[in-house]
Design a protein around this ligand. Structure first.
Ligand code: B4P
Length: 192
C-alpha cells in the first residue's frame, strides 16, 4: 500500500491533481472538502453544523474530519493506497492520520507540496467562483482569509512531515497537464 498527501494552499490545485493522480495510479482519493460539501448539500446534522464555518473560510473542528477520514480508510480494505487531499490541515490531524494508518500497518510515503504564487492562488479561485457556485470562492476577502488560515494553522504540518523526511516540493505553476506530469514522475519514483 502506498499513501500520499497532496498539500498546498487553497487554489494550489490539490483537488484538480488528486483526481487525475488517483485515476492514473489506482489510488483512492479522499478529499475532506468534498465530503464536507456533500454533507452541506444534503443538509445533514453535520452539514448544518459546518456550513457557516466553511462559508467564512475557517477550519471545521479536528474531531469531525479525523472521524470522517478514519471511517473512509476503514471502509476501503484491500486498496492499493490513498491520496489524501485537504487533510491533514493541522498537526493534530497529521498525528491522527498516522495513528489511523498504523493500525492498518501502513503509513504516508510522501507529502507532495504544490508551490504556487499568492497572486495565482487568488486568480484561480476568483475564476472558479464564476462556475462552481462555492460560497467560499465568491468573495476575495474570504479567499484571503482561507490563505491566512492556511498560513497560521496548516503550514506547521509541513515541519511535521519534513522531520519524517517525507516532504517533497513540486512546482505548482503552469498548466494542469504540465503539473500533472511533474507529480506523476514524483509518485512513480516512490512507488517503484
Ligand atoms: P477544500 O475543498 O480542501 O478547498 P481548497 O483548499 O480551496 O482546495 P481545492 O481543492 O478546492 O482547490 P484546488 O487547490 O484544487 O476545503 C474547503 C473548506 O472545507 C475549507 O476551507 C475548510 O472549511 C473545510 N475543510 C476541508 N478539509 C478540512 C480539514 N482537513 N480540516 C478542517 N477543515 C477542512 O484549486 C482550485 C482551482 O484552481 C480549481 O478551480 C482549478 O480548476 C484551478 N486550477 C487548478 N490547477 C490549475 C492550474 N494549473 N492552472 C489554472 N487553474 C488551475
Amino acid at each position: 500500500m502506498t499513501n500520499f498527501l497532496i498539500f498546498g494552499p487553497p487554489g494550489s490545485g490539490k483537488g484538480t491533481q488528486s483526481v487525475k493522480l488517483a485515476s492514473e495510479f489506482n489510488l483512492i482519493h479522499l478529499s475532506t472538502g468534498d465530503m464536507l460539501r456533500d454533507e452541506v448539500a444534503a443538509q445533514t446534522e453535520l452539514g448544518k453544523k459546518v456550513e457557516g464555518i466553511m462559508q467564512r473560510g475557517e477550519l471545521v473542528p479536528d474531531d469531525v474530519v479525523i472521524q470522517m477520514i478514519a471511517e473512509r480508510v476503514d471502509s476501503n480494505p484491500g486498496s492499493e493506497g490513498f491520496i489524501f487531499d485537504g487533510f491533514p490541515r493541522t498537526v493534530d490531524q497529521a498525528r491522527a492520520l498516522d495513528n489511523t494508518l498504523a493500525v492498518k500497518n501502513t503509513s504516508i510515503s510522501k507529502m507532495l507540496m504544490l508551490e504556487v504564487e499568492h497572486k495565482e492562488l487568488v486568480n484561480r479561485l476568483v475564476r472558479r467562483a464564476e462556475i462552481s457556485g462555492r460560497a467560499d470562492d465568491k468573495d476575495v476577502d474570504i479567499i484571503e482569509n482561507r490563505i491566512k488560515v492556511y498560513k497560521e494553522k496548516t503550514e506547521p504540518v509541513i515541519s511535521y512531515y519534513k522531520k519524517e523526511n517525507k516532504y517533497l516540493p513540486v512546482n505548482g505553476m503552469g498548466d494542469i497537464e504540465e503539473i500533472f506530469n511533474r507529480l506523476s514522475k514524483a509518485l512513480a519514483d516512490c512507488i517503484n
